[in-house]
Design a protein around this ligand. Structure first.
Ligand code: CA
Length: 225
């Protein structure tokens, strides 16, 4: 999952970036609203963590700009402004949720997971598919009830594929979810993670369409829906 972090406070930004990277997110960090606007116009993000009080244009401007061009990327406002009117302005401008500073990093993680679930149209917090069960809050994975140990990046690949069974993700879409700006990407990294996942979860669990990408096949029940 790729997160755009918009935060001008260096200490908060660093703490959030470090915590989210440890959780396996790809995090790109910008310090102002216009840089965020440029980043959002150029690439795809799974969500935005947005500080409202920024130098120059503020977070509400960014929200209005995004929603004005029908960018529906989920936005979680993270702000020191505890005035009710600021939060209302942010939500009215199109934010999906908010968190008031100072906040607990664990609460931030839980809100991000909830937002990503909602944006994928899934209410449940644990995903189960063809005998494989993953819990994004604890990062526990099991296959037919037996625990499976995955690296953080294997987990990130599996989570992205299991959020939308049947949807094909290309290698570059998976790389986007694994690496932030400036992180070097080994050329065959995705293949290595897919190989590891197949070894641990069964070769057929993840399938590929040559030259297109990877997917987890839907079950018959899902096809009937
Ligand atoms: Ca700020």
């Amino acid at each position: 999952m790729r997160v755009l972090l918009v935060e001008d406070d260096r200490m908060i930004g660093q703490a959030v970036q470090t915590a989210l990277r440890q959780d396996g997110y790809a995090v790109d960090w910008v310090r102002d609203a216009e840089a965020a606007d440029t980043a959002l116009s150029a690439g795809r993000f799974d969500m935005v963590l947005l500080d409202l009080g920024l130098p120059g244009r503020d977070g509400v401007w960014l929200l209005r700009t995004m929603r004005g061009r029908h960018d529906t990327t989920p936005v979680l406002i993270v702000t020191a402004r505890d005035e009710v009117s600021d939060r209302v302005a942010g939500l009215d401008a199109g934010a999906d949720d908010y968190l008031v500073k100072p906040f607990d990093l664990e609460e931030l993680g839980a809100r991000i997971r909830a937002l990503l679930r909602r944006s994928a149209g899934r209410g449940e917090s644990v995903f189960e598919h063809r005998g494989v069960r993953i819990d994004p809050s604890t990062r526990e994975v099991s296959r037919d009830g037996e625990p499976v140990t995955l690296s953080p990046r294997e987990f990130a690949v599996l989570e992205a594929l299991m959020l939308r069974p049947g949807a094909i993700l290309s290698r570059s879409q998976l790389e986007d979810r694994l690496y932030g700006w400036g992180e070097s990407i080994e050329s065959n990294a995705v293949e290595v993670y897919i190989h590891g996942l197949r070894r641990k979860l069964g070769h057929d669990f993840i399938q590929n369409v040559r030259g297109v990408g990877y997917f987890v096949p839907r079950t018959d029940a899902q096809e009937d829906r």
